[in-house]
Write a protein that binds this ligand. Structure first.
Ligand code: IVH
Length: 685
């Protein structure tokens, strides 16, 4: 028990001088951190929550009156602070590696064989731990004080989430030095995750507030940790366990077991389900035991991690490019159950993608009640031949959304019919179509209520209309308060409407109004890109803006005409034509145009030449040209080149080996040229 352990509350408030105040602040800080450790790490609280709160409030008041006296490890800082505008990047001093996976028991055995062969050993100790299903983070302590923390990122550079990590109650703000000296500089790594109960409660709150629930606790933890507003993180009750070292100066232990002990001595939370094993058989035994216990844990684990215990052996094994050769993750098998499909409903996502969802007779699966499972898309339904009324196998793999694995055909009811995704959107009745080469069906209506937030966010984004200040939160506010229902409504917003929104300053509202106004003169490609037409990204938007020069010209084009554009393939062409067929979309374009969004590009400025108005297709092996140089040449002479033959093609230039294109050209009466003839046309012979 530390000397600071029981700190009486001050019952008689007499004025204190600066020195006394400082002592009291230090005393309270130390005591509160100690109680925190007892509560969150040792699970042995010695004072009531109410008594803790009294001390915390006293500290808060003293700090408010004397902000300069606040300690670096003050527990009052766990509540979160003002929002950031973005996360800084933070480079890891040594890369945060990932782990190679063993899906089957045999792979753990061959890992052991390989390792012992390399180390020339008959016997080797391993430590096996649960593989926590959360987010990898790094914590940095300088002089024993929590100084910075980051996400794993790409393994080399992560995001600086210090403010958010500080709100995690189990994270020590100052390390304990009574059992073991504290290295001057210390980096440790671990997992941030969310318990099942907190996950359920959070999702309930999300639903109550009409927000999207999280798919699983890992996503919820990630979403909570990557908040710019750390007060939100603070409200989410995230957990953390440490399990690996980064750079640690002047510190040495011989084994992972000792390292775990050091983590505990310093006051870090460590998952207690680790086990030292003298051989791989015992590792496998414990792996299976954890797999069985998995359902009874109140947090998700998706496997185990087995590490060579001795650090000198770890060093000798070394690392591959991204993962250590001294550790391996053992994955758990997917959890399966049998149940029935009551109905299938198409659900529309934020991009308009339609996902068929099976409504199930509820069944317990890995500790949670499952009532819905994804069927992914029409091909999956067809391949598995899953029907309403079927008895099916459902599984949760990697703890994502449950999926239907297969139908048990013996139990199929007579008279059942294959399921076909309807051709109308369940949210807006717009047309649902599936383009060639796409797995998913999509609702074509850009004003579909299920898609509207995502669509508006895309429209205002930097690489589209670039409306500054129009962030995700504003979009959500505007849609939720019915101020906008489509991208066109952005241009009907008034200053008053914006300024009246929650947490909107007059000045910001003015800036946004100005940004909206400026966007009216955005380039044509930005508007095309902003419409969010399937497969029409920034580059294709520029290509077609250059070719057509206006939205009306683009809207009036045909699949063939579009396909005759270099880089525009059949899928993009069809997607564009379908987009301009949807009457709701045309209505939006008209509204945009009425608001002054009518960008045009002078297409007549393009080069004129002997090939003006002519369209070429190249096929077979060419001797002097490749496809690209031929295309560039044709375009420089005012012509167009396409990949496939259509009625609009004027010439097919065919080299040896030309096949189906030749036949098609013959059928359509397209003139066929040899390469030599083409060369003489361009004067290149
Ligand atoms: S050790 C050098 N131990 O799994 C290996 N990782 O797939 C460093 N993870 O990025 C990691 N539980 O986020 C280790 N007990 C555990 C773990 C664990 C979960 C995560 C970690 C890592 C990922 C690798």
């Amino acid at each position: 028990m530390g000397r600071f352990f029981f700190v009486p509350c001050r019952l008689h408030f007499q004025p204190m001088d600066q020195q006394q105040t400082l002592s009291r602040i230090q005393e309270l800080t130390e005591a509160l951190n100690e109680h925190n450790h007892r509560y969150y790490i040792l699970d042995e609280p010695v004072i009531s929550d109410a008594a803790y709160d009294v001390l915390l409030r006293e500290l808060q008041e003293l700090e408010n009156q004397n902000p300069e006296l606040m300690q670096v490890d003050s527990p009052t800082q766990r509540v979160g602070s003002l929002p950031l505008s973005g996360f800084e990047q933070l480079k890891h001093s040594t890369p945060m590696l990932s782990l190679s996976n063993a899906m089957e028991e045999e792979e753990l055995v061959s890992f052991d064989v390989r390792v012992r062969k390399d180390l020339e050993l008959d016997q080797l100790d391993y430590v096996i731990e649960p593989k926590l299903d959360g987010l990898g983070v790094e914590l940095i302590y300088v002089g024993g004080v929590f100084s910075a923390g980051s996400t794993r990122g790409d393994g080399f550079t992560g995001e600086n989430i210090t403010q958010n990590l500080r709100t995690l109650k189990a994270l020590p703000l100052r390390l304990r030095s009574n059992l073991r000296p504290i290295p001057a500089y210390l980096e440790v790594r671990g997992e941030v995750f969310m318990g099942h109960q907190d996950f359920e409660q959070l999702n309930q709150r999300q639903l109550d507030q009409d927000k999207q629930p999280f798919a699983n606790p890992r996503n919820a933890a990630a979403g909570s940790l990557r908040q710019l507003d750390s007060r939100i993180t603070a409200s989410r009750n995230l957990l953390i366990n440490l399990y690996a070292a980064g750079r640690i100066d002047e510190f040495s232990v011989d084994s992972h077991m000792e390292f775990i002990q050091a983590l505990k001595d310093w006051g870090f939370p460590v998952n207690d389900r680790y086990r030292l094993c003298p051989n791989i058989e015992r590792v496998i035994q414990f792996h299976n035991q954890l797999e069985n216990e998995r359902e009874s844990l109140d947090y998700d684990i998706d496997g185990t991690v087995t590490k060579i215990n001795r650090l000198d052996y770890q060093d000798r094994m070394g690392i591959r490019s991204r993962s250590p050769r001294w550790a391996i993750a053992g994955k758990f098998k997917a959890r399966q159950e049998i149940t029935k499909i009551l109905s299938i409903s198409p659900s529309v996502g934020r991009t308009g993608a339609i996902t068929p969802v099976a409504n199930l007779e509820p069944v317990q699966l890995g500790g949670v009640m499952v009532a819905r499972a994804t069927l992914h898309n029409q091909d999956e339904i067809d391949r598995k031949d899953v029907r309403v009324g079927d008895t099916i196998v459902v599984q949760r793999a990697g703890d994502v959304i449950p999926e239907v694995v297969k139908a048990i055909l013996d139990k199929r009811l007579p008279g059942s019919k294959p399921y076909v995704i309807p051709d109308r959107c369940p949210a807006c009745d717009g047309h649902v179509i599936r383009l060639e080469g796409e797995a998913k069906h999509y609702c074509q209506n850009i004003s579909c209520p299920a898609q509207i937030k995502g669509r508006i966010e895309h429209f205002v984004a930097k690489r589209c209309m670039d409306i500054d200040g129009f962030g995700t939160r504003l979009v959500a506010q505007l849609v939720d308060t019915d101020l906008i229902e489509s991208i066109a409504d952005i241009y009907t917003l008034t200053l008053e409407q914006l300024a009246n929104l929650d947490r909107m300053a007059e000045k910001s509202a003015l800036n946004i109004m100005e940004a909206i106004e400026i966007s009216k003169s955005a380039d044509l490609w930005r508007l095309i890109h902003g419409l969010g037409i399937r497969n029409v990204g920034e580059h294709i938007s520029k290509v077609i803006a250059n070719k057509y020069g206006s939205l009306s010209a683009l809207g009036g084009s045909t699949v063939e005409d579009l396909e005759a554009t270099h880089e525009v393939g059949p899928i993009v062409a069809r997607g564009l034509v379908e987009f301009f067929k949807e009457s709701d979309n045309l209505e939006i374009l008209e509204k945009l145009s009425n608001h002054g969004l009518n960008p045009t590009l002078d297409v007549s400025a393009r080069s004129e030449g002997i090939f003006s108005g002519l369209s070429f297709v190249f096929t077979g092996k060419l001797e002097y040209f490749n496809r690209d140089s031929a295309r560039v040449l044709v375009e420089s002479l005012g012509g167009a080149s396409a990949n496939s033959i259509s009625k609009k093609t004027d010439y097919l230039v065919a080299g040896p080996g030309a096949g189906s294109k030749m036949e098609k050209a013959n059928k359509l009466g397209v003139k066929i040229l040899t390469e030599a003839e083409f060369r003489s046309m361009v004067g290149a012979d």
